[in-house]
Unconditional design. Sequence first.
Length: 168
Amino acid sequence: MQKILVSACLMGSKVRYDGRDNALHHPTLERWQQEGRLVPVCPEVLGGLGVPRAPAETLSRFPILIATQSGEDVTPEFLKGAETTLAIAQTHQVCCALMKARSPSCGNREIYNGQFNGTLMPAPGVAADELIRHGIPVFNEEQMDTLIAFVEAQIEASESKTLPSSGS
Ligand code: SF4
């Protein structure tokens, strides 16, 4: 079965830094959940950070440095969360991931630039980056149409492989 890794906050888990969620009420997501295709993860919680927690931003990508506004270095927790997220994705052999946009862990295309003033920069979060570097496509909640088309194509391809041959 084709499975999809999902940011837990998009599934309604209250794991955001402020103890809230980013619940995405989308009929296709709800159908995938009923079909048992979704694997929810929160990389920051997997990395050992609590809820609530101070928000963090990426001060540097090379070398990686992620910190709170008060200067607490939370890079080790973010890296551990990214590694664990990848391990879960590989265990479940997910075909792709749906991750929360602009999160320093889950963002797939842009993240805040470390100045804590709302400025974005074009880069993935650490967990999304880990998935992408290991060949797992990552979509965000603003790319649902593209994600759905991708997953449906994966499902169709896997089902055609399992159909009995015509016997010719
Ligand atoms: Fe959501 Fe990802 Fe942030 Fe966890 S780390 S709260 S899953 S965006």
